[in-house]
Design a protein around this ligand. Sequence first.
Ligand SMILES: [Ca+2]
Length: 518
Amino acid sequence: MIHPQDPMTLPPAQDDPKTSVNRRDLLTHGLRGACLAGLAGLGGVLAARSAAEKPDPAPRAPAGSPGPGKPPTSEPAGGKLPSIVVVLVDDLGYADLGPFGSTKHRTPAIDQMAREGMRLTDFYSTSSVCTPSRSSLMTGCYPRRVNMHVDEKNLCVLFPASRKGLHPDEITIADLLKAKGYATACFGKWHLGDHPDFLPTRQGFDEYFGIPYSNDMHRREVPLPLLRNATVIEAPVRQDTLTARYTREAVRFIKANRDRPFFVYFSHAAVHVPLFPGADFKGKSQDGAYGDWVEELDWSMGELFKTLQAEGIDRDTLVLLTSDNGSQKPGSNAPLRGDKGRTDEGGMRVPCVARWPGRIPAGSSSAEITSTLDLLPTFAKLAGTSPPTDRIIDGRDIGPILSGQPGAKSPHEAFYYYQMDQLQAVRSGPWKLFVPMEAKKRNWGKPEGKTELKLFNLAEDIHEDRNVADAHPEVVKRLLALAEKAREDLGDMDRTGKGQRPAGWVDKPAPRLLGRPE
Ligand SMILES: [Ca+2]
């Protein structure tokens, strides 16, 4: 399907002198520890290179063939570091894509992506809503760790002209990769602070093109802005053009950087309400505007793969597609319980497909517990560096899982489900325990009231129907102890955690308006 050309003339990417140097904190204290630790990581790379010079006893799985791939190392065919594209869809449900069981939506490009890559069936976002979820993806840390679990008014996400944002001293994936010579770009929704001090261009991205928060945050006094770097170039943005324009930007960026490693964080407005599929897709699906937008998303994925192939860098590029939280109706989280905004599986377990021909085994899947937390450490390893060591990082390298190493296990003893500031559940292996709560919080509205302790075996009961706590007192005890560990480290409600770090704050927030320079 040919997508119509964007009718709007867009200005060329502006060079922002402030982003042409590595961030001060990265150069000062941020990467000092990381650099030291990086020696170990680099040693691993050198060892891998040295090993690669010898005959490889294990035949490399050709692209498109099943079986274990070559373990991800930072030395793809061309000898340069691998490029990385993360596509984050907004509010896409667990079952909204063909590879995860959708029969309503036509997703041929993503179907093919899964045939050529790996499905992660137990992949989690750390929150059931946008801002906290995205803070984890960017930093490899739980939202409470970086204090992005609530906004300045204790609401569940940031709103326009927010005083709060992801602290500029946090080390993002883009910071780490930029320091390794990657070209970095963010296309799409950010939602980690709309003040210029918090925008992607201050968090390691060479360039930014997108909306700074959710697409339902259009206000009469602050029309939904489209930004190029830190400058509003259109307001209100024509939302039905966003998917096509983001895609065009991503394709341009990939082509321009084909000869060097790049990192693209492609964060769609789709499929968050209000629904705005492009004109070419409107009314074409079997599932209304929601399905139309899912199918446009699939078109966009197809364009990305076509570009990587045309530029000859398909085998040098890891592409990972996921969602920032579960879906609301009319999306589907089947067979999971619950929707966006809840700590049920449907709120936080999200579809994830990763593809890297020759490195990730084709047509594979993993049910190990993995998370957006793991992207930063995994990508750091691929880029021959390591996560910062001067602070706690919750994510772990999942390279062994992605490469299909036999017996590769989840690096997480526990995964924690927070609702804003409240720890509600913990998962370890197949077991998920909801802790007893005096007042179980919701993201919106009054708390649900008192709730009992519940234990589910997700391997046998994916819909969380049968509380088996009475039959497994030893499991309950172990998971309660893990929950207490999280409280001590990350906090719970009014209890501060020892391992929490501050968010960023500005005294005078200002809305992002057209015609107002930064
Ligand atoms: Ca979302």
